[in-house]
Design a binder for this molecule. Structure first.
Ligand SMILES: [Zn+2]
Length: 177
C-alpha cells in the first residue's frame, strides 16, 4: 500500500513545535508585507498603499483575484479579531465601506466579495497579520478573468490602477473615517 504524505496542516497538529516555529515566523516584521508597507511610508507607490488612517492601512493586493482587489488591515501585526480593540474593528469596517465606494466609482463593479481568511488551512497566505479582502466582481467575470489571467500581475497595470484609485480617492474625499 502506498503511503501518502499527510497535508501540511495535519502535520502541524502532530508537531506542535512546528506550529510554534510557524507562529514565530509570522511575527517577524521583515517577513510580513503588511508590516513592511505600514512602516515604509515613503514607499507607498511601490507597496501599492492607498490609504493610511490612524489605526489601519488600505493597499492593493499584488496578486489580485480580480482587478481592484484591495486589502484592509490593522497597522498592528495581529492575527485574530479577538486581539483587536473596538476602535480598530470600527475603523476596519468604515474603511471597507469607503473602499467599496471607491471601487464602485472606479471599477464599476456589480458586486463584491468581502472576507477574512483566518488561519493557513482557511487559505490565509499571511496568517499572522489579519487583513480583510475586498474583491470587486462583475456579472460574468469568471470568463472575463480567464481571459485576463496573464494580465493580473503586470506591475504596470497595478501602478496605473493605483494612481487612478488615489486620484479618485482625493476627488471623493475618501476615506471618510
Ligand atoms: Zn504584520
Amino acid at each position: 500500500m502506498s503511503k501518502k504524505e499527510p497535508p501540511e496542516h495535519n502535520a502541524n497538529i502532530h508537531a506542535p513545535w512546528r506550529m510554534e516555529y510557524i507562529r514565530r515566523l509570522d511575527k517577524e516584521p521583515e517577513g510580513c508585507f503588511l508590516c513592511r508597507a505600514e512602516q515604509e511610508a515613503q514607499n507607498d507607490d511601490a507597496n501599492l498603499v492607498l490609504w493610511r488612517t490612524p489605526l489601519c492601512v488600505v493597499l492593493m493586493n499584488r496578486y489580485p483575484y480580480t482587478g481592484g482587489h484591495l486589502l484592509i488591515a490593522p497597522r498592528a501585526h495581529k492575527a485574530g479579531l479577538e486581539e483587536l480593540d473596538e476602535p480598530v474593528l470600527l475603523e476596519l469596517m468604515k474603511l471597507t465601506r469607503d473602499a467599496q465606494r471607491l471601487l464602485g466609482a472606479v471599477c464599476r463593479a456589480d458586486g463584491y466579495n468581502i472576507g477574512l481568511n483566518i488561519g493557513r488551512c482557511a487559505g490565509a497566505g499571511l496568517p499572522g497579520h489579519l487583513h480583510l479582502h475586498l474583491v470587486p466582481r462583475w456579472s460574468g467575470d469568471t470568463n472575463f478573468m480567464s481571459v485576463l489571467a496573464d494580465v493580473r500581475v503586470i506591475p504596470q497595470a497595478l501602478s496605473e490602477l493605483h494612481q487612478q484609485l488615489l486620484k479618485v480617492s482625493r476627488e471623493m474625499q475618501l476615506p471618510k473615517s
